[in-house]
Design a protein around this ligand. Structure first.
Ligand code: ADP
Ligand code: MG
Length: 340
């Protein structure tokens, strides 16, 4: 191998970058849903075929993309959500890296159709490594549809690591369930091979969402959480110790609308239950943590599941005591005023 240095061709650089975010079909769905939410969509339809390996189509009624920007949307480091380094200090959108569509387009066939209200919609189709054609007029209501076909057809190394179709499907279903809890005004549908497998209507309130994801009986026995202290706010629903499970798969923690995983915060959650629950038992949780966007950094990892807090200790302690308080007060979630 030659010891001289060369800059990688853009296509290859994109594929390498894609490796960090696009691990499996569910990663594509996550990125597309984040974009739809950032575009203010209130209705999102997700259609997949062969667990997303053959087709992932996400259709939303969001703000749409300007026809002149369609090609740019697929270019690396291209975003409408970040302008200057100062913006990085307080990210309010789910996306900001301008990498997702470029990454997806590097390892699948992508078709983007989008229109803004009152403007003729346009579409563009991208093939990895090929020159982008000019956008063409298309029939589409205000909003965006993105079709991703044949994921990893040109990345054998990744294709090899895909699991059985049922496993990949379950990853997508879990993700859709989590997104259905992210906002209380979002209608979200998933169909697999032409069959609707999950549906929540835009009008569904929190308890209906909880019932759909956690099961009917759960909400009646769970407690309401609603605590605020010094700029931190925690709301949602916490399962009673009696409803604990051996798996932590029904624990959702949203930070300003973003589903996060944080070891330290998980510790606070465990600690709050430690007197009532043995090791390896996990109470179902749906928690919405809210704080100033400037008090944490999401620019830690490409998948944006991890965040870094300015005052991690305070957040940990707040979460712990808020949850302790909620469990001690134990207000059942299904109270007459809970529907408000
Ligand atoms: P990011 O979300 O980090 O900005 P993406 O590659 O995911 O980067 O998307 C690039 C740009 O394309 C976004 O900044 C946004 O302007 C536009 N875009 C992508 N998906 C949608 C959508 N569903 N609705 C409206 N605009 C979109
Ligand atoms: Mg994005």
């Amino acid at each position: 191998m030659s010891s001289r240095i060369q800059t990688l061709p853009q296509q290859l650089a994109c594929q390498i970058a894609a490796g960090e975010v696009i691990e499996r079909p569910a990663s594509v769905v996550k990125e597309l849903l984040e974009n739809s939410l950032d575009a203010g969509a209130s209705r999102i339809q997700v259609d997949i075929e062969a667990a997303g390996t053959r087709l992932i189509r996400v259709r939303d009624n969001g703000a749409g993309i300007h026809a002149d920007d369609l090609a740019l949307a697929l270019a690396p480091h291209s975003t409408s959500k970040l302008r200057a380094v100062a913006d990085l200090a307080a990210i309010r959108s789910l996306g900001f890296r301008g990498e997702a569509l470029a990454s997806i387009a590097a390892c699948a066939r992508l078709r983007l159709i989008s229109g803004q209200s009152g403007v003729r919609a346009c579409e563009i189709s991208a093939e990895p490594g090929a020159v982008l054609p000019a956008p063409a007029p298309a029939a589409h209501p205000a909003g965006t549809t993105i079709e991703v076909r044949d994921l990893f057809f040109n990345v054998p190394a990744r294709r090899k690591f895909l699991r059985a179709e049922q496993t990949e499907f379950l990853h997508i279903l879990e993700l859709i369930k989590a997104f259905s809890l992210a906002r209380s005004d979002l209608g979200l549908k998933l169909s697999h091979n032409g069959r609707t497998v999950f549906s929540i209507s835009a009008g569904a309130d929190l308890l209906e969402r909880v019932a759909t994801v956690f099961g009917r009986g759960f909400a009646a026995r769970a407690c309401r959480v609603d605590v605020a202290d010094r700029g931190l706010q925690l709301s949602g629903i916490a399962g009673q110790p009696a409803t604990a499970r051996s798996q932590a798969d029904r624990q959702y923690l949203f930070l300003n609308g973003r589903l996060i995983r944080d070891r330290r915060l998980n510790h606070a959650l465990r600690l709050a239950y430690s007197e009532d629950l043995g090791a390896g038992r996990h109470a179902p949780l749906l928690l919405y943590l809210t704080m100033d966007a400037g008090d944490f950094d999401v620019n830690v990892h490409p998948t944006k599941h991890e965040v870094r807090f300015r005052a991690a200790r305070d957040v940990h302690d707040f979460l712990y005591s808020a949850l302790r308080q909620a469990l001690a007060d134990a207000v059942p979630a299904e109270q007459p005023d809970a529907a408000a």
